[in-house]
Design a protein around this ligand. Structure first.
Ligand SMILES: Nc1ncnc2c1ncn2[C@@H]1O[C@H](COP(=O)(O)OP(=O)(O)OP(=O)(O)O)[C@@H](O)[C@H]1O
Ligand SMILES: [Mg+2]
Length: 649
């Protein structure tokens, strides 16, 4: 490296961290340079936030060595627990310039000294001019313009700038914190899920901003669209280790899928082997002649290193508790008008929601999606017109910051049980399992949960609460792909009516029976077929997309505009058929699994040990069952693959 062009780097080495028995970070390292554009990927709870916190110094790992180029600065946006100063929005963002406070203090002193004359004054003037240069170069004197352009980009209005920062909702507080960090203009930017609370306009703005950002970047996000084109390398945290994948996010996903398939094969083979070995041990445990072979197999079993599969491959199903009965008209909204100041959000808006509907509310932010949900939930009563619940309606409301209502001191299990009907309590452990909380996880304190884990717990609580009208505001924020799928199934199995706000296309596509689209042209309903809605919206959004040709290209890849409405429909029908088959297979596999368990119990019965004939017959049956199961599993995987490809090609 040349003398004058030292590349700035942030080097992390030998980082390890355990929580009790769980080794979360198992002694690894990596290096970011000022040119790095890296994503930090991994499932919910894999340790992404923990890693960033350790680097940023908010927690102390068991071991870590950090080397940072001299004078380089690192800024970090946490995923949660943002604490803003008690000041206006503008002042909070302006704190990004507080790094010059010391210099400004020094300058005041220098100014005094310049008045004293003589050599001291000359030196002071010299130093003062250096300081001015530094400030000019860092944009300090143009700071007002810079701060405002960042705040406007992130969706604040001129009026907002003078308002108290702490009066804003959680999502907007995150934006204020983000603004401050961008104002800091660091050499390394570590952002933990910056996109969760951004609407499309702010998101597009942030993408542009980060593209022209000149330092090193590490991003955590579950939004693939955002990460694509944004990063040139992906670090994946899995099982306590960090693996680097060269290339953009899509390339990473593709390579990872290949690897996982391979892993899955290996895991299956391993499982078969283990089962065979265990069988052998079971069978010959009491035979003295075989004792050596048995012993060596027991040893071999102990030594085996299990092939671990990323948790998103564990498919689980969730069935929500039955919903209390409600009338047919669940909700009626009549002549609703609502405005913020002069800004009218709804004018004379009426609609009816019927039992069993799953109404998706989508469209740009600021259009009033959350506001509508808050009014329906009865949290915001400042409107004219009428919102009436039908007979017997029991609402459950998941607001964007519901995870903040969790009791941080309670355990996961206590939180979940506290919300369940007494008769459902025995099943809570299972439901927690379905919501991806494993055995040990349920005793964790809520305060230590990761962002995705908190969301999952808050959602489970809401689903456990006996209700028949579910109101969900952006429920997929923080969730990884696996958890999203799980939530989708849970909502699909919910017996009542659902109104949800989302901008996740997959989610809407798979769940909505009707769509309320909010735009400048006012509210608009789309009944039934999602593909029709998507097609209409494509047309509409085309106008908006012209602004950003690059995104437009990317969006087109995702949104399949090359397909006609008819073709899209056919594809969806195909996928529906596959889904049905997949569900059927799952049920069959489960049933066969139960049958196998029964056989195994039978085989294990002491009274059968002596009956060699019976045992061998049982074993043959078990063999047969096993091959049927693996046949079905294979078919199931084929289908899953085709569904995946069909959905996102
Ligand atoms: N103090 C603690 N004690 C015990 N476990 C903890 C503690 N802090 C974090 N954990 C656990 O460590 C794991 C990693 O948490 P982390 O917040 O780093 O995950 P993440 O990868 O950021 O997940 P997400 O995608 O949900 O944000 C989680 O399972 C969490 O419950
Ligand atoms: Mg996290």
């Amino acid at each position: 490296m040349g003398k004058h062009t030292t590349m700035r780097t942030l080097q992390v080495q030998d980082i390890s961290l355990s929580f009790g028995d769980r080794e979360l970070l198992k002694d690894f390292g990596f290096t970011l340079s000022e040119r790095s554009r890296a994503a930090l990927a991994g499932a919910n709870g894999s340790g992404k936030s923990t890693l960033l916190k350790a680097i940023a110094g908010t927690i102390k790992p068991d071991s870590m060595t950090i080397s940072l180029t001299r004078n380089a600065r690192v800024s970090y946006l946490p995923q949660s627990d943002i604490v803003l100063p008690d000041s206006t929005v503008y002042e909070a963002a302006e704190e990004g310039f507080s790094r010059f406070d010391a210099m400004l203090g020094e300058m005041r002193e220098l100014e005094e000294r310049t008045g004293r004359g003589g050599k001291e004054a000359m030196d002071a003037a010299q130093r003062l001019s250096e300081c001015h240069d530094t400030l000019t170069q860092s944009g300090y004197y143009d700071r007002k313009q810079r701060i405002e352009s960042i705040l406007f980009g992130l969706g604040f209005s001129k009026d907002d700038l003078g308002r108290s920062a702490r009066t804003f909702s959680g999502g907007y507080q995150m934006r204020i914190a983000l603004a401050r960090i961008l104002v800091e203009d660091p050499d390394f930017l570590l952002l933990d899920e910056p996109t969760n609370y951004l609407d499309i306009e702010a998101l597009v703005w942030l993408e542009e901003y980060l593209r022209s950002f000149s330092g090193g970047l590490m991003l955590v996000s579950h939004d693939q669209g955002f990460l694509d084109d944004m990063v040139t390398e992906v670090y994946e945290l899995f099982n306590g280790r960090l693996t680097r994948y060269q290339g953009n996010y899509t390339q990473y996903v593709a390579r990872r899928e290949e690897e996982i398939k391979e892993l899955e094969k290996r895991a299956r083979r391993q499982k078969e082997e283990i089962e065979k070995t265990e069988e052998f041990i079971e069978r010959f445990r009491y035979k003295a002649t075989k004792s050596r072979q048995v012993q060596s197999r027991i040893k071999a079993l102990e030594k085996i290193e299990l092939v671990e599969i990323p948790p998103h491959l564990k498919k689980l199903s969730f069935t929500s508790p039955p919903s209390p009965h409600s009338g047919n008209d669940v909700l009626s909204v009549e002549h609703l008008s609502k405005s913020y100041g002069d800004h009218a959000i709804y004018t004379d808006f009426s609609f009816l929601v019927r039992k069993g509907e799953r109404l998706a509310i989508t469209g740009r932010n600021g259009a009033g999606k959350s506001t509508l949900l808050r009014m329906i939930a009865g949290v915001d009563r400042d409107y004219s017109g009428e919102i009436r619940d039908g007979a017997g309606v029991k609402k459950a409301y998941f607001a964007q910051d519901t995870e903040n209502t969790l009791d941080m001191e309670a355990s996961v299990l206590e939180e979940a049980e506290g919300n369940a009907d007494t008769k459902d309590i025995p099943g809570v452990r299972n439901l927690l399992g379905a919501f991806l909380f494993s055995d040990d996880d349920v005793f964790k304190k809520v305060s230590v949960l990761s962002g995705g884990e908190k969301s999952r717990l808050a959602l489970l609580k809401i689903l456990l609460h006996p209700s028949n009208l579910l109101l969900l505001d952006e429920p997929t924020n923080h969730l990884d792909i696996n958890a999203k799928e799980m939530l989708e199934k849970a909502i699909a199995s919910y017996g009542g009516t659902v109104i949800f706000v989302s901008h996740d296309r997959h989610f809407i596509r798979n769940l909505a029976t009707r769509i309320l689209y909010l735009s400048e042209d006012g509210p608009e309903f789309f009944d039934g077929d999602y593909s029709y809605f998507e097609w209409k919206i494509e047309e509409k959004e085309a106008r908006f997309k012209v602004k950003r040709t690059k995104e437009a290209k990317k969006e087109e890849r995702i949104a399949e505009p090359a397909l006609s409405h008819e073709e899209q429909k056919q594809r969806r029908n195909r996928i529906k058929a596959l889904e049905r088959e997949s569900e059927k297979l799952m049920a069959e596999i489960e049933a066969l699994g139960k049958e196998k368990e029964r056989l195994e119990e039978e085989i294990a019965k002491p009274e059968n040990y002596s009956d060699g004939k019976k045992i061998s017959q049982l074993l043959a049956e078990k063999d047969e069952l096993e091959s049927r199961i693996s046949e079905k599993e294979e078919r199931w995987m084929e289908i899953s693959e085709e569904m995946e490809n069909g959905k996102d090609s």
